[in-house]
Each structure stands twice: as C-alpha cells, then as structure tokens.
Design a protein around this ligand. Structure first.
Ligand code: 13P
Length: 252
C-alpha cells in the first residue's frame, strides 16, 4: 500500500515560540488521516520543542539537513544520531537550496542518504532541474543523474522518499503542470524499477515540490505517480498547510 505524504519544509523561518504555535495549530486542525503521513521540518533550534508540541498526534518530525559523520570535530554540523535523539523520523537531504548555496554535490547527498538509513532515519532525497536545464531539454539527464548518484550503493529503497522539486518552481509561484510533474515522476519511478525491481518500487513515495498550494495540489495529486507534496511557503500558515492535507486526503 503506497501511502501519501504531505511534508512542510519550514526552511529558515520561525523562532521556537512561533514554531510551537504553528505546530499546535496544525495539530489542532488535522483531519483524520488515513493512508497518509504528515511531516513537518522546522529549523534545528525548534526541533525539540516542536517534537513536544506534536506528541500524541499523527504528525512526524523531520530535519532539513544533516552531516554524514557520527561525531567529531565538524563545527556547526549535526549528526544523524542527534536527529534521532531529538525525535526525528525523517530528514530532508539534498534540497536544491543546499546544493545551490552550500555547494552540496551528488556525492555528499549520497553519503548523507546512506548515513541517514544506517542511523534509522528516513531520507527525503530532493532532485530537480533548473529553468535553464529544462529549456535546454536536459531535465531527464539531470534528474536521472541526481537519482542514480544519490542512491549509489543503497541496497534497499523501502525507507527512502524522493522529492521532485523543479528549481524554477520553488518559491516562484510558477507551479509545474500536473503533466510536466507526472512525466518526471514516471521517469524517476522507472529508474527505481530498473535499480530495485518492480514490486519494491510500487510502494515508494515520490513527492512533488514547488509552489504547492491548496488550490493547485488537487490536480497534481490526481496524477498516478505523484504521491504527495513537499511544501515550502504554504507550510508556514496552518490554514494553508491544512488545506493541502485536506485536498490530498480527500483524493488519495
Ligand atoms: P515553495 O513551496 O515555497 O515553492 O518551496 C518548495 C520547497 O522548496 C520545499 O522544499
């Protein structure tokens, strides 16, 4: 059974108190969730408090990044064990903002994915092309490379979620059409089938991210290979985020 996911990536927003308030408002407004998972990814400093605020609910905690070593002299970094310790189930890895501003390469993403799995965290591995790459017609080669290199040496895919986030759609209000997104999701699922075999891959969730709102998610989620959303801006307001959850839980 392939469950849907709605994940909110809060990026570098919200103080601890603002994060708690948002988490509580989401918890309060949550509809009965069947066949799905709700995930929120606050900043590192708010993880512990948000974890407390959502305890006893169906909401799961995610981090936005991690390092691939267990411990040591890595000033400013956070280990997978620390994320488990604070109550994370998921960790976002290889977000395009990490790749762009912090120069993360496919190889870093790969090391992080493997390390997260080893520590018992579920990676949400992000992939996606730039505007320029789409115009040049190289979307599939870029996304294909990111998927294959990110998963290099990963033996089991069961605990991995892939997020397709076209960079030109992130924070721009320019959402991919359902057909554009479905085409890439189908392409990604086929790569996974070739790597891991058909039946395992049927249950893998591939999320769409990029300017998702409650008004556009209905058409996206109707697509066969779109299994949920990774939401930025619209996850920062409880009403907007809950609206997306309601749309998806009503359709999947
Ligand atoms: P927006 O929903 O703000 O476009 O952000 C998407 C995203 O980057 C989620 O990880």
């Amino acid at each position: 059974m392939r469950e849907w996911i709605v994940a909110g990536n809060w990026k570098m927003h919200n103080t601890i108190n603002e994060s708690i308030a948002l988490a509580k408002a989401i918890k309060q407004g949550l509809p009965v969730v069947k066949n799905g998972e709700i995930i929120i990814a606050p900043t590192f400093t708010a993880l512990f408090s948000v974890g407390e605020a959502i305890s006893g609910s169906k909401i799961l905690l995610a981090a936005q990044n991690m390092y691939y070593e267990d411990k040591g002299a890595f000033t400013g970094e956070i280990s997978p064990g620390m994320l488990k310790d604070v109550g994370c189930t998921y960790v976002i890895i290889g977000h395009s903002e990490r790749r762009k501003y912090f120069h993360e390469q496919d190889n870093d993403v790969n090391l992080k994915v493997k390390k997260a799995l080893m520590a018992g965290l579920k990676p949400i591995m992000c992939v996606g092309e730039t505007d320029e790459e789409r115009v040049k017609g190289v979307t599939q080669s870029v996304v294909g490379r990111q998927v294959k290199e990110g998963l290099n040496g990963v033996e089991k895919i069961d605990n991995i979620v892939i997020a397709y986030e076209p960079i030109w759609a992130i924070g721009t209000g320019k959402v991919a059409t359902p057909e554009q997104a479905q085409e890439v999701h189908f392409f990604i699922r086929n790569i996974l089938k070739n790597l891991y075999g058909g039946s395992t891959v049927d249950d893998i969730r591939i999320l769409y991210g990029g300017s998702v709102t409650k008004d556009n998610i209905g058409d996206l989620i109707a697509m066969k290979d779109i299994n949920g959303a990774l939401v930025g801006g619209a996850s920062l307001k409880a009403d907007a985020f809950l609206g997306i959850i309601r749309q998806i839980s009503g359709k999947k």
